[in-house]
Write a protein that binds this ligand. Sequence first.
Ligand SMILES: [Zn+2]
Length: 111
Amino acid sequence: MRCEEIAMLLPELLGGSLDAHAEAEALDHLACCAACRSELALWSRVKAVAAAQAPPLPPVIRRRVGSALRRQTGSASLRTAASMLRDTALITQKTIRLSLLCARSGLPEGA
Ligand SMILES: [Zn+2]
């Protein structure tokens, strides 16, 4: 795998959601690529900051919100909401990545 390909996998690697094959390839690459290890360290800091700023909801609140949503909406609406959440997470991930790239290159964001 090339560095650009590894870079796209780092958030998932940190989140533990890569499949075993992709994880093994990423770890092999990281073992011999200082640039990607540096990128992984950056993602790790981003993840730590994000976790500190948005602590997870307590399980009892998540259960109540989930059951309220199920009562008030059909399963199609829930699927749409889940899909929108996934899209939002992807956009957030790409925005953070772009911000990191801008910060490293010295460009102002949006330039
Ligand atoms: Zn690399």
